[in-house]
Design a protein around this ligand. Structure first.
Ligand code: ATP
Length: 355
């Protein structure tokens, strides 16, 4: 089922939680609603579900205006951060619950319920836990059961609000990959809320980046990562070094150092900021004729294939973060306090008022 929200506005008292939000969620896709805490992600999810009414705007499900439809008529499945499983019911009964409370004329028979629950338990790969109770499960297992329970009623849409937020980093990573595989199998139109950019970039077909109740950018993960529409998006999607200066004829001049900024070849002389990701910074030993920014190495640590360097600009003490391969790091045999030269391999310049 496709979902469209049109001109959604929502206030809580004077506070504008959603400011004229219009979006499409294509049929069968997994969309991540991404943004900082308080930007309106959960509110939008609740409005799509019918748990919250917007002050203005409409929700369309498969092209039909569902704004006046009750939550039950919308046929959505939910999974929340704090797995709301019934503690006094076995795993089996938790999953069966949605089927047992269906109106008598559409309620499946006991044997159909059993079959369906066991299928779902196999789908989430936890069939061996059918007789356990929620307190006897790990957090990750509870979330998978919560998902199986949401899927039991064959929702047309799956809404997940920080489904893995309460779990530790390793389990979280495993579960998001698992969610992606499950989604590829089922193709239920799904929206999941997260404030973790790595999670959104890895799992989603489409990312909606929100900030202060508005949509900043929407697109495929590669698109938003490589072509950020605003400084906010760039900063939100990963660590970044900023070089403030002036842009003129394809060059950013920042503190006596110039950088090529070919995207802005036609820009008039204007204030600009170069955004550079840590892994787009190139490093060399200092020599008198080396081109680039002169820095001192404050600290470095290499874990696995990557080395993270904390550098300080000699002219203005600005801190610069760089990530290079451990191989290169070992080859350079760097020591703390050493003088180096850095150059951005790739920078993205935002001009003037955008910054
Ligand atoms: P988080 O990642 O922290 O969950 P979010 O992006 O999901 O944040 P929302 O939960 O949608 O944000 O909340 C958006 C804003 O609206 C927040 O500032 C929140 O305090 C406010 N808000 C949400 N629900 C209510 C409510 N029922 N009454 C008053 N304010 C509310």
């Amino acid at each position: 089922m496709s979902i469209e929200v049109r001109n959604i506005n929502k206030r809580f008292g004077d506070f504008v939680a959603l400011d004229d939000v219009s979006l499409n969620f294509p049929q069968g896709e997994l969309t991540a609603l991404l943004g900082p805490s308080g930007c309106g992600k959960t509110t939008l999810l609740r409005i799509i579900a019918g748990l919250e009414q917007p002050d203005a705007g409409q929700v369309f499900l498969d092209g039909e205006d569902a704004s006046a439809h009750h939550v039950r008529e919308r046929q959505v499945g939910f999974v929340f951060q704090h797995y709301a499983l019934f503690k006094h019911m076995s795993v089996f009964e938790n999953i069966a619950f949605g089927l047992r409370v269906k109106p008598r004329n559409v309620r499946p028979s006991e044997s159909e319920i059993r079959k369906k629950v066991m299928q779902l338990l196999e789908l989430v790969q936890l069939d061996w836990l059918a007789d356990r109770y929620p307190p006897q499960l790990s957090g990750g297992q509870r979330q998978r059961i919560a998902l199986a329970r949401a899927l039991a009623v064959e929702p047309r849409v799956l809404l997940l609000d920080e489904p893995f937020g309460a779990l530790d980093a390793k389990v979280r990573k495993e579960l998001r990959r698992w969610l992606r595989r499950l989604h590829d199998e089922l193709h239920v139109t799904s929206i999941f809320v997260t404030h973790d950019q790595e999670e959104a970039l890895e799992v989603a077909d489409q990312i909606v980046l929100m900030n202060k109740g508005k949509v900043e950018q929407i697109g495929a993960p590669n698109d938003v990562y490589n072509h950020p529409a605003s400084p906010f998006v760039y900063g939100f999607l990963g660590n970044v070094n900023l070089f403030h200066g002036r842009v003129h004829e394809g060059v950013l001049e920042a503190g006596g150092v110039t950088f090529d900024a070919p995207d802005h070849a036609t820009a008039q002389d204007a204030k600009g900021v170069g955004f550079v990701r840590p892994h787009d910074i190139e490093i060399d030993r200092y020599t008198a004729d080396a081109e680039g920014i002169v820095v001192k190495l404050r600290r470095a640590h290499a874990i696995g294939p990557l080395a993270q360097l904390e550098l300080e600009r000699v002219d203005n003490a600005q801190l610069i973060e760089a990530v290079i391969s451990t191989e290169r790091y070992s080859h350079l045999a760097l020591k703390d306090g050493e003088t180096l030269v850095v150059r951005p391999k790739r920078l993205h310049v935002f001009v003037d008022e955008a910054v």
